[in-house]
Structures are given as C-alpha cells and as structure tokens.
Design a protein around this ligand. Structure first.
Ligand SMILES: [Cu+2]
Length: 176
C-alpha cells in the first residue's frame, strides 16, 4: 500500500512538473526572442567638457574688389578645438558680400571659382570633399557666428567664394 502511494505521488509529481515545465520554457523562449520595446538606444554624444575653445574674429572690409580683404591672412587653431568664428562684414557697398570657406588640399581657387557659380541661394559654396566648413554669406554690416571642429593638424586655406573676391580674400589656417 505504501509502495503504491509512493508510485502515485511520484506520478502526480511528474505530471505536475512535466505539465508545468513545458509551457514555462516556451514563455522563456518567447521572452528572449521578443524585442524589448522599452530599451532605448542612446547615441553617446562626445564629451566636450574639456574641449578647448578657440575664438576667432575675422573682419572683412573694402568697398571695391581690389580693396576687399580679410583683416588677417593667417589664423591659428589648436587640434581638437571647437572653433568659434565670428565673421564681421564691415562693408557698406551692396557688392561687398562675404563668406568664409575652409578648404583642404590646396583647392581653394577651384572651390572659389566653382562656388561663385552656385549663387546666393547656395551661399556661393560648392558641396565638395575639399570644403571642410563654410559660413553663410554675410551681407554688408552683418556679423555671422559659426562653430566648427578644428580639422587635424595641418595647413588649410580659407577663402571668400563670392564672385571675384578670390584674388584678395584668402588666407591660411594653421592647425597645430
Ligand atoms: Cu568676399
């Protein structure tokens, strides 16, 4: 009798755990497979707390193409810096429209000539791998604030790409 009771209990126990374990596994699998809709993938923003800041103030002046010029022909920037450029157009003549286009690989002349054909709606700036950054155009009397990451160490050219300003409006940016 006791033997039978043990068998009965064992059978019950087996039936109980057997029935229960199967659906449990399925639920576990479903839980593993189901995408977790509560998880949010956050793109880690670069930590700029300790990033050096280089502030540049560049003035453009001159009322005729021959006299139009930036007030500096060499700008110095440290690598990894956040560059805060202020472009001040001090001119009053309508044709004295300027921008600041930073270029690589000695291509500033090509960039300026091609940019001149882009027109005002495109801020006279060609979309090119040789253009690192560019301000919008600054109309006479306007001041433009523009921020960009310093490029790797090296020497770059900046240029105004408004038509016919290339000859007098360009300079070097040295990153070191
Ligand atoms: Cu210009």
């Amino acid at each position: 009798m006791r033997y039978q009771l043990i068998i009965l209990l064992s059978a019950l126990l087996y039936a109980f755990t057997g029935c229960k374990s199967k659906p449990d596994k399925r639920i576990e699998q479903q839980q593993q497979q189901a995408p977790d809709s509560t998880a949010v993938t956050l793109k880690e923003a670069p930590d700029t707390t300790l990033q050096p800041i280089v502030e540049l103030i560049l003035r453009a002046s001159g009322e005729t193409p021959e006299k139009m010029a930036f007030d500096q022909d060499t700008l110095y920037v440290t690598p990894d810096a956040l560059v805060k450029l202020t472009l001040i157009n001090e001119a009053t003549e309508l044709n004295s429209v300027h921008n600041f286009v930073l270029t690589t690989d000695g291509k500033y002349k090509e960039i300026a000539l091609a940019g001149a054909k882009v027109g005002s709606s495109g801020h006279y700036t060609l979309k090119s791998e040789h253009v690192l950054t560019a301000t919008p155009i600054a109309l006479p009397g306007q001041t433009i604030q523009h921020e960009f990451e310093a490029p790797p160490p090296g020497t770059y050219d900046f240029v105004c790409t408004y038509p016919d300003h290339l000859a007098t409006m360009h300079g070097k940016m040295i990153v070191k």
